[in-house]
Design a protein around this ligand. Structure first.
Ligand code: SAM
Length: 281
């Protein structure tokens, strides 16, 4: 047996609504493992029944994570293969998983991902907002001070921002975001992804707030990054560094000159004169 007779921990992604969103490999793993550790065993039982799988299960959630982790590690060390699943989506993403993974690494136990649904990725790809760079914040903290700090961070970040929120807290979160976001910042509310009432609302924050009382279900918020600040801070660079910044983004000389002139609010001919003789800066 590989790995010194130890078992394998499989992190198995499960559907986020539509039960068809389970991979063939996930089904195979769930059928073959010795044990399934589930965030809520009653919830996972419905999925297993749907897949016609019968398997021993133990609960693994944030209230028993520590002592259940010890038990699972013991079983893995004895050679049992275990699948970890959460109620929906990818384990470890705003769901239990991170702790046992860390422990497995310490104990030299093999960890295998079984990819599948994840609400934030599916909300992001349909949002129409920059997918090249993004920051996932999960749920905003409830503690007043921590929440304020996080919102302050979000205000200035120049990457797409992704937030999870519970339906009964979404209005409050949108009101808090309104205080820190400039009016025309793009925001998308992705609702009930993969379910019957799946919807992507691409409007400004005021419009989303005006509708929110009538919206139900699970929601993800995708917020455009603060690119404004980036552009302002570019003016603090030397003109050569400013040029280099756009050059590194792959822009052509003509386009770079136009952008620098716009950022610095000067006529583009002035910038052009500075770079006229230079092939490369
Ligand atoms: N592990 C999960 C994943 O991979 O996406 C996330 C679990 S987290 C406890 C639950 C949050 O994910 C919800 O409050 C909501 O923000 C988001 N979510 C889960 N399923 C969703 C769906 N079908 N549509 C929109 N958001 C969803």
């Amino acid at each position: 047996m590989e790995n010194g007779g130890k078992g394998v921990l499989y992190l198995v992604a499960t559907p986020i609504g539509n039960l068809d969103d389970i991979t063939l490999r996930a089904i195979k793993v769930l059928k073959e493992v010795d044990l399934i550790a589930a965030e809520d065993t009653r919830h996972t039982l419905k999925l297993l029944n749907h897949l016609d799988i019968s398997k021993p299960m133990v609960s693994y959630h944030r209230h028993n994570e520590e002592f259940r982790c010890e038990y699972l590690i013991k079983e893995l060390k004895e050679g049992k293969n275990i699948a970890l699943v959460s109620d929906a989506g990818t384990p470890g993403i705003s769901d239990p998983g991170e702790e046992i993974v860390k422990e497995c690494i310490v104990k030299d136990i093999k960890i295998v991902p079984i990819p599948g649904a994840c609400a934030m990725i599916n909300a992001l790809i349909c949002s129409g907002i920059n997918t090249k760079e993004f920051c996932f914040y999960g749920f905003l903290p409830l503690n007043k001070k921590n929440r304020k700090e996080k919102l302050e961070e979000i205000k200035y970040i120049n990457k797409t921002i992704i937030l999870y929120e519970a339906p009964h807290k979404i209005k409050n979160t949108l009101e808090d975001l309104k205080k820190i976001l400039d009016k025309d910042r793009k925001i998308v509310l992705a609702r009930e992804i993969t379910k019957i009432h799946e919807e992507f609302i691409r409007e400004n924050i005021d419009e989303i707030i005006s509708k929110i009382d009538n919206l139900k279900g699970e929601m993800v918020l995708i917020i455009e990054g603060n690119y404004e600040k980036k552009e302002n801070s570019l003016c603090e660079l030397s003109i050569e560094e400013h040029y280099k910044y756009y050059k590194e983004q792959g822009l052509e000389k003509k386009e770079i000159i136009k952008k620098i002139a716009k950022d610095r609010n000067v006529n583009k001919n002035e910038i052009y004169k500075l770079f006229i003789d230079k092939e490369e800066v």
